[in-house]
Design a binder for this molecule. Structure first.
Ligand SMILES: [Zn+2]
Length: 166
């Protein structure tokens, strides 16, 4: 089965987050609209969602159970790339977590595929609602869209080996 995807209007928010109130879901939609507003005019983010993970599947599941995510490419040239992602997922403890980071291609001697730089990570617990966590992560996303789009900048920032020439 293909993962459902589409612009944020298509995301079945009530079904994915049955514990969130209408006001909170409205805040999610506004945050997503702010991200769209920060993209190249006319471009919209594409989100993917995972209805099978609405209920915490438990620790036994391999990998991170994702509920809603998006990713946008900031650079993609040859075998080098830079991307920006935002994920709503379950922690191992069964709490919702919203996470946003820049990911950059790995040029280490040992191949790691990708490195995540400056992640913003908010767990939905206590006074932090899903909307609070999502707004914080979306703010990070908007900030990163306006930032440097050179993978070398971010590898240097994270003290990672630079791209090999040739
Ligand atoms: Zn690496």
């Amino acid at each position: 089965m293909n993962t459902p995807s589409g612009t944020f209007e298509a995301v079945p928010l009530e079904a994915l987050f049955p514990d969130a109130g209408a006001a909170d879901l409205g805040r999610l939609a506004r945050s997503a609209a702010e991200i769209d507003g920060a993209l190249v005019p006319g471009k919209r983010l594409v989100w993917e969602w995972f209805p099978e993970h609405v209920i915490f599947p438990g620790r036994s599941v391999a990998g991170t159970p994702e509920i809603l995510l998006t990713e946008v490419s900031l650079y993609d040239e040859g075998s080098d790339w830079l991307a920006l992602s935002l994920d709503v997922e379950w922690t191992e403890e069964g709490l919702l977590r919203v996470w946003s980071a820049i990911s950059v291609a790995c040029w280490c001697e040992v191949e790691h595929n990708a490195h995540y730089v400056d992640p913003v990570d908010r767990t939905v617990a206590g006074a932090t609602s899903l909307a609070d966590a999502f707004e914080t992560a979306a703010g990070r996303f908007v900030q990163a869209l306006a930032g440097p789009r050179d993978p070398e900048h971010w590898r240097a920032h994270a003290i990672l080996p630079p791209r090999k020439q040739g």
